[in-house]
Design a protein. Structure first.
Length: 142
């Protein structure tokens, strides 16, 4: 069944997309609130690329590594008509967001709300690398 869970998002936006589970779903209200803020701020459609990931799929993709998607605390997204660097600058200014991954090649940003010190990284060719000042200049993130 399709129903809205907040002003701009429905359950299916956050459900697991592995195709094997029954569209399992778990998502933190804090994350949903962050996405609502971004929708209002940019006034453009927020496109969710990946949100919750079920147990089985999480094992396939992440092994035993901590997967904040599986915990319902992470989302990968972009905003139609908004440059990724502008989304990045906005989320970097939001202290609730403690994990930020900038993925220019896949055109999305990962955000999560881990309970530890903030981590910000860059994803290039599927590799997670530190977002150094040189990389910030390269991608115009300052
Ligand atoms: Zn699944
Ligand atoms: Zn992610």
């Amino acid at each position: 069944m399709e129903y809205r869970i907040s002003d701009n998002f429905s359950r299916s936006s956050f459900a697991c997309k592995c195709g094997k589970c029954r569209d399992e779903f778990k998502m933190s209200l804090t994350v949903i609130g962050i996405l609502e803020h971004l929708k209002v701020k940019f006034n453009k459609p927020v496109k969710i690329f990946r949100a919750y990931i079920c147990d089985e799929e999480s094992k396939v993709q992440f092994g035993n590594n901590k997967d904040y998607h599986h915990l319902g605390k992470a989302v990968d997204f972009y905003i139609e008509g908004v440059e990724l660097k502008d989304i990045f600058k906005e989320v970097e200014g939001m202290p609730d967001i403690t994990g930020i991954g900038f993925s220019p090649q896949d055109n999305h940003i990962h955000i999560d709300i881990r309970d530890k010190d903030r981590e910000i990284w860059l994803e290039e060719r599927r590799e997670k690398i530190p977002l150094t000042n040189e990389k910030r200049i390269q991608y115009n993130l300052n």
